[in-house]
Design a protein around this ligand. Structure first.
Ligand code: AP5
Length: 213
């Protein structure tokens, strides 16, 4: 089974992908994580992406599509979860073409619905480990020792694009460029609208039930 996790910034795509990888043994393809890793390694791709990401803008389609193509081609029969891609109609069309070429199929698009005020509080409180990428929240999932990752002992920081002024721009970019894809996938009969509020485990149970019914 291949899934696309869809939703606004802070909807819980990354969090739910972690559950899916652990419990259903799927391969996680997150364009945001791929860009952050390129930024950490200071590659040319990372430097380019940083100019857009720090401002909450979308990285140009051709860069993102090429990167996803490479990842999909490297799958060796394993099920995958797409997280954060596609985000524009050209990306969605390119994905359909790519899947066709590679003889792959997207089974479901899981759309996580969360009200704006919850998104904002999730994003302003999110903290991430610089070393291993583990995700925390100052209120709902704090680290045991402030600023130190429970998993690897690395430094836990706030993402540059999780500052309040950038969050507003990200939400606007989502509404303008990405939300219209809900209709795109509805027309393909692939959309599953899931309530993304409540405990993370409860959200996971909702997803599991919807995709396996
Ligand atoms: P990306 O990294 O994809 O960011 P995003 O889509 O904005 O999503 P987030 O990572 O912010 O949120 P999430 O839904 O994964 O939430 P999470 O699980 O962490 O992209 C970053 C940037 O890269 C973009 O702005 C763009 O510049 C660029 N980019 C990436 N893909 C691109 C593309 N395709 N095209 C162009 N540009 C692209 O949860 C958030 C917080 O809430 C965490 O602290 C978590 O602990 C907490 N939380 C989660 N679930 C719950 C719950 N149920 N209850 C309580 N707390 C919860």
């Amino acid at each position: 089974m291949n899934l696309l996790l869809f939703g606004p910034p802070g909807a819980g795509k990354g969090t739910q992908s972690t559950f899916l990888v652990e419990k259903l043994d799927m391969r996680h393809i997150s364009t945001g994580d791929l860009f952050r890793s390129a930024m950490k390694n200071n590659t040319e791709l990372g430097q380019k992406a940083k100019q857009y990401m720090d401002k909450g803008q979308l990285v140009p389609d051709e860069i993102v599509i090429g990167m996803v193509e490479e990842k999909l081609k490297s799958l060796s029969g394993q099920s995958f979860i797409l997280d954060g891609f596609p985000r524009t109609e050209p990306q969605a069309q390119a994905l359909d073409k790519l899947l066709d070429q590679l003889n792959l199929k997207l089974d479901w698009v899981v759309s996580l619905s969360v009200p704006d005020e919850t998104l904002i509080s999730r994003l302003t409180g999110r903290r991430v480990c610089k070393a291993c990428g583990a995700v925390y929240h100052t209120d709902s999932k704090p680290t045991q020792k402030e600023g130190v990752c429970d998993v690897c002992g690395g430094e836990v920081i706030q993402r540059a694009d999780d500052k309040e002024e950038v969050i507003k721009d990200r939400l606007e970019v989502y509404r303008k460029n990405t939300a219209p894809l809900i209709d795109y996938y509805q027309a393909q009969n692939k959309l599953l609208d899931i309530d993304g509020t409540g405990a993370t485990e409860a959200v996971f149970e909702r997803i599991k039930e919807a995709v396996t019914k």
